[in-house]
Write a protein that binds this ligand. Structure first.
Ligand SMILES: Nc1ncnc2c1ncn2[C@@H]1O[C@H](COP(=O)(O)OP(=O)(O)OP(=O)(O)O)[C@@H](O)[C@H]1O
Length: 528
């Protein structure tokens, strides 16, 4: 039980970055103290929540606040302070910040008939922005509060009309599209923001959006605007950027018990370590076994857009369960359609990139499977957070080649157990390999190149991994295709990896998400 001194964040130094750095140190340091869980908070008895909103909460089955919601109601809703809020995945952070946005808006009676934008909420992905929009609509039903969204791929003209007509008191947006709109003076003059909220705040800073976020903050925030940053992970490296957003005074609400892992104990975590050329076979065998459970709803994360389509198409005919694939190269309408179909499917497997790794709240996801490791430990935490939400159970499987030991070492503090899959029979392997080899060589070679770039840390230590081109050629059934090897060796991805692998020794696993080819300080526009 840790009585975190964090509740008196103002006791920290006036310098916010020191506050946040102290926050990180304090959370780490306070091992021996005791966490005081919040008292049970019933929405119906909470101050600062409008009666209509209370009715909407009850109508949606939300009677009691979760831990983070209770802390936000008690420590943030009741004042005007900026705040950084950290809580585990799937614990209701969205509702927590929406309650603040609505309360801050209703504090001035004028807001009830206002045509202004009183709350700007930024999300790292279109899917998450739409999900927050749906939750905001439920909460504000029956009030005069209008909610809208601005996301890439949506009609910009229609969004501007919505803003001009005053139908966006709460505006949920992705950073790029929000920044576009802010170049329009009419949009800028429509903003009277009582709150500026960053959901998945560390991701927003990490995706190379930091400068864009600062630009939006400059155009949106007024002296009276409350700034809020929410996430399950707050790596120290974001402290400096937060300083620009949060100003010189902030409340730090940390719901993580530093004596517990940042993941959910009710979600057992397994790792399947395979030989490189058995990665597909073992992944398929695992998914086959998981598909036999009563209501299998599985999300499979893969490292590149090409791998998502390739593996989904290759596995589909070997699995007896609907398979969906989702990534950022699809149109917004296709992304919405696939997201909705998986959300409603009684059973199915969604193969995806990290486009759904954060925030996405698909109901009753039974397992998360990751084929190859994610880029960072935080990404691992967010990905497995797609299951075991709202107190439900789930399972997590990480299927990696033995060359990914450096990443597994970074998971050493998490309760991960080894798992052995039932091996495919020789006949099943022959059947699978026949399908694999029937795919055009160019298609398979094209998939390998970005995979090389995404997983180059595996290959840099050639003494451990062997000849990396041989490994991946064999995985894709191209070991006997000299043209494929020639094509690979001539590609820039491979040249960079081989150049970097000339450095001796195990470069170890990267602690941050900078791509291996990124020069220090280069923006990381991670596409997923
Ligand atoms: N008070 C509540 N009572 C019951 N269920 C709730 C409550 N608040 C939220 N939920 C449900 O919990 C689930 C997770 O909520 P939400 O997506 O906001 O989590 P999160 O903390 O934002 O997760 P992530 O860190 O992954 O973004 C949702 O299905 C939501 O409807």
């Amino acid at each position: 039980m840790i009585k975190l001194p964090l509740r008196h964040a103002s006791a920290f130094s006036r310098c916010p970055s020191l506050q946040l750095r102290s926050f990180h140190r304090t959370v780490q340091a306070s091992k021996e103290a005791t966490i005081v869980p919040p008292t049970e908070v019933l929405f119906s008895e909470s101050k600062g929540i409008a009666e209509t909103v209370k009715k909407n909460l009850s109508a949606n089955g939300f009677l009691k606040a979760t831990s983070v919601q209770g802390r936000v109601i008690q420590e943030v809703l009741s004042n005007q302070e900026n705040a950084v809020v950290q809580a585990k995945t799937g614990t209701g952070k969205t509702l927590a910040f929406l309650l603040v946005a609505i309360k801050d808006m209703l504090k001035g009676k004028s807001a009830l008939h206002s045509k202004k934008i009183h709350s700007v909420i930024l999300s790292p992905t279109r899917e998450l922005a739409l999900q927050i929009f749906e939750e905001a609509k439920k909460l504000t039903a029956g009030t005069n509060i209008k909610t809208s969204f601005c996301i890439g791929g949506n009609s910009k003209a229609m969004e501007q009309r919505t803003i001009r007509k005053g139908f966006a008191n709460i505006l949920i947006a992705t950073p790029g599209r929000m920044n576009d709109h802010l170049s329009n003076p009419e949009v800028r003059s429509s903003i009277m923001a009582n709150s500026f909220i960053l959901d998945e705040a560390d991701r927003l800073m990490d995706m190379g959006f930091a400068d864009t976020i600062k630009d939006i903050h400059r155009d949106v925030a007024r002296p009276f605007t409350r700034r809020l940053c929410f996430s399950a992970t707050m790596p120290p490296k974001v402290s400096d950027v937060f300083e620009v957003i949060l100003g010189d005074k902030m409340k730090i609400v940390n719901c993580l018990d530093p004596n517990e892992p940042p993941t959910h104990e009710r979600v057992p975590q397994f790792v399947v370590q395979t030989k490189f050329d058995s990665l597909f076979h073992d992944s398929l065998s695992l998914l086959r076994d998981l598909s036999k459970q009563p209501s299998p709803r599985i999300i499979v994360f893969l490292p590149t857009i090409g791998m998502v389509d390739f593996v989904a198409d290759l596995f589909r005919s070997h699995l007896s369960i609907p398979c969906f694939s989702l990534h950022s190269r699809l149109s917004t309408s296709d992304r919405r359609r696939i997201t909705d179909r998986f959300r409603r499917a009684p059973k199915g497997i969604l193969f995806a990139t990290d486009v759904v790794a954060r925030g996405m709240d698909f109901p009753n996801v039974s397992q998360v499977v990751q084929i190859f490791s994610p880029s960072t430990l935080d990404d691992y935490i967010h990905r497995i957070g797609r299951t075991g939400r709202a107190g439900k159970d789930g399972e997590s499987y990480l299927v990696v080649p033995k060359q990914e030991q450096p990443f597994l070492r970074s998971l050493s503090k998490l309760p991960i157990q080894n798992h052995s899959v039932n091996k495919l029979s020789d006949e099943e392997i022959t059947d699978f390999n026949r399908d694999l080899s029937s795919l055009p060589m160019e298609t398979r070679t094209d998939i390998i190149k970005p995979l090389y770039s995404a997983k180059s840390h595996i290959f840099e230590n050639r003494s451990q991994s062997g000849d990396p081109t041989e490994l991946v050629l064999k995985l894709f059934g191209l070991e006997d295709e000299p043209l494929a090897k020639k094509e690979l060796m001539s590609s820039v991805y491979i040249k960079n990896v081989i150049r970097k692998s000339s450095f001796k020794g195990d470069r170890g696993f990267r602690r941050d998400s900078r791509r291996p080819f990124q020069r220090k300080g280069q923006k990381s526009f991670r596409r997923f």
